[in-house]
Structure formats: C-alpha cells, structure tokens
Design a protein. Structure first.
Length: 276
C-alpha cells in the first residue's frame, strides 16, 4: 500500500468512527433528554451552562473512540484531554448549543473532528432535530444526509454583493464581551441583508456549507466549537479565517462564500470585532 493509499484508508476509518460516535451521541441527546433537565455546572458565567447530558454525551463519544483507537488523543469541551501516541487527536463538542438544548429549541449539534499531526482531516456534525449529518474529509469534499434521498455534495452558494448577504453570528455569555458584540452587530446590520443568531457555531458553519447562509462570524470560540464545521465549510468552497492573515480562533472566526469573505472580514476588522 502506498503512503497515499494508507492516508486515504486512515481518513476513511476516522470518518466512519466519527459518524458512528456522533450518531450515537445524537441519539442519546435526542431520546434521553430528561423532562426535568437541569444545569449541572456553569463555565464562563452563570448563563454559560453545562447540563448532565453534555457530560454523558462526551463520555459516550470518548469511550466509543477509545475502544476502537486506544492510542489516539482527545480534546473535549467537557474536560476530555489526553495527548495520545498515534498522531491523531479527536476534538469534540458533545453538545454545541447547550442553551438551545436546555430550552427545548432544535438548533444544537454534536461536533467531532479528527486531527492528524495537528491538521484537521475529518469533520462530522450531527444535527439530530433536523435529521441531518454533515461531514468532510480534507481534499475530498463535504457531504450531508438528511430529509432528501441519498448523500448530497455540499457547495456554498454563489456570492452576492455584501449588502445582499445573509450573515450569522453568535454572542458570548460574558456580559462585557456580549455588549461589545452587540455594538459590532449594530454597525454591521445596515450593511448586509440581515443577521441571524442560531446558537450553535457548528450548525452555522454547516449551513454556510449547504448554501443556507452567505457568511458567519463570531468572537470567543474554542477549538471544539469550530474544528469540524470549519473543515466542512472549507471543503464546500467557503473561505475561513480570523483577523486578516490569521487562522480562525478565539480572537475571531470568519467564514463566508468567496466574494463575501474579504469585505466581511475587512468590516469586522474596522469595527474591532476581534479581541487580543
């Protein structure tokens, strides 16, 4: 087997495992949600919450992946962290959109990415209440299954002028940060078609990949929020980054169709949407 064939086989294996782990976690979250679901802990502020189901879903995912690939590392939102020895690390958000989930809103997801030697090579986002699974392998495109028949190749929509672009964003749970984000949105909204706020970064990135949005931006995201969705968006033809010449990250994440990306990024830089 050549090196390229070995790499393809590995990526296919990682994709299959990520899909199955995301499917199982999504089913647990969808079908196992208790009627009296309560907050188990808070993170950055009293309104940035963790539920018992976040924790249960992460345990399910890490347990399943460890069973099949015991030498891999992990980085998970709810505390899973290990280096591993295989060169592969799983980056996991077991429940992206926890507040939506807590309130019974449908926009939440399970996000699983696999990194090989520091590069994201596989991404899967399961959106259980839509019945959709979005996935990508680096260099092999992005795909989704859902209410339609079969597997659909994803492609971001043709770029409109910025003033006709539908842009999504999110707001942090720290009061000082969200106040600044509201000021940025106040300046941006007259310059675009409209702004959406879905509540799950992973879902927003998949919606960009599927042609349901023209752009997305947010400050304060972590690796697990965007690892899978960023790859899916890029493999569907979107551009992603942070501040100019930087990668997506906590300072700023920007993703958009080519043609919208640069003017959107430039406006966000001018508005100070990032943080040091």
């Amino acid at each position: 087997m050549t090196d390229a064939q070995h790499t393809d086989a590995l990526h296919s294996e990682l994709l299959d495992l990520a899909r199955e782990a995301a499917r199982r976690a999504g089913a647990l979250l969808r079908d196992g949600r208790p009627a009296d679901l309560a907050v188990a802990a808070t993170k950055s502020s009293p309104i940035d919450v963790v539920t018992e189901m976040d924790i249960a879903a992460e345990k399910l995912i890490t347990g399943f992946l460890s069973e099949h690939r015991p030498e891999d590392g992990f980085l998970g939102e709810e505390g899973a962290s290990s280096e591993g020895s295989s060169g592969v690390r799983w980056v996991i958000d077991p429940l992206d959109g926890t507040v939506n989930y807590l309130y019974g809103l449908p926009t939440w997801s399970v996000s699983i990415a696999a990194e090989q030697d520091g590069e994201t090579v596989v991404g899967v986002v399961e959106i259980p209440m839509r019945g959709e699974t979005h996935s990508a392998v680096v260099g092999r495109g992005a795909w989704a299954t859902g209410a339609w028949e079969g597997e659909r190749a994803l492609a971001c929509r043709p770029a409109p002028p910025l003033d006709q672009a539908l842009v999504s964003t999110g707001f942090n749970y720290v009061t000082e940060v969200r106040t600044h984000q509201a000021e940025v949105a106040h300046r941006l909204i007259p310059l675009v078609r409209d702004i959406r706020r879905g509540g799950s970064a992973a879902v927003d990135l998949c919606d960009l990949a599927a042609g349901r949005l023209d752009g997305y931006y947010e400050r304060g995201l972590n690796a697990w929020d965007i690892a899978a969705g960023d790859l899916i968006a890029r493999e569907a033809g979107a551009l992603t980054g942070g501040r100019p010449a930087e990668r997506p990250g906590r300072a700023l994440t920007v993703a958009a169709t080519p043609g919208v990306f640069e003017p959107l990024q430039r406006l966000l830089e001018d508005f100070g949407a990032w943080h040091d």
